[in-house]
Design a protein around this ligand. Sequence first.
Ligand code: MLT
Length: 262
Amino acid sequence: MTTLALHHHGPDTGLPLVLLHGFPLDARMWDDVVAQLAGLRIVTVDAPCFADSAAPPGDPSLDSYADALITALAAAGIRRAVVAGLSMGGYAALAVAESQPELLAGIGLLDTKSGRDDESTRLNRLAMARTVETEGADAVAPLIDSILGATSHAERPELLARFRAWLAEVPPTGVNWAQRAMAARPDRTTVLEALDVPSLVLYGDEDQMSPAVLAKQMADALGPSCVVVEVPGAGHMSANENPVVVAEALRDLYNRAAAVDH
Ligand code: MLT
């Protein structure tokens, strides 16, 4: 039995594009992008303790998320894929790159970073992991201010309403598990230096949480295989704030990976 829920979209043969969502959402976060990518075989995944997924064994960590993902993909017959993750999903993609690089036909790192947390961020995560147990979804409601960019706050009332609804239904066990896992993650910049597959680094031009300077660090570590995309009018949730540009960048990554993957 596998702990992670996979959701299959499009054809059931061919090289898959695996999409890993950000915190504290679930696989539905990718719906806007999937709608733009007709014809591609896509697998979206619920992170541990979110939506239809359970907790992998052991303490919360991005490594156990990666192990559970590799197991779930193998159970679905998938041993090679383009893997792209947004923010927390990017941290999980980096953990896959470290533990099973041969799975990767390409890697996409969206609104994310390869470094570890500083001490105050780590302590804030552990504090939220505790408060969510008593406060429930109220503990994450203020995230709306930082995860969506200025353009979304000013011009996209439907998107704000959708995010408020998602944040209101987050599972406390998921928030607790994910914050403890993210707090424990190491710096994985050197993992990128060792990767030799087509890659994408993407960031919203209004993202305060994973800004351009951190994207550049990852792109430098990946080297010439890397295409960098700045998404206009998007904060930290570019896949929902500007799904057309994000889907275009993912399709380009997929085509570059498929062209060299035999
Ligand atoms: C996310 O969007 O997944 C989070 O911002 C990740 C984080 O808290 O570092």
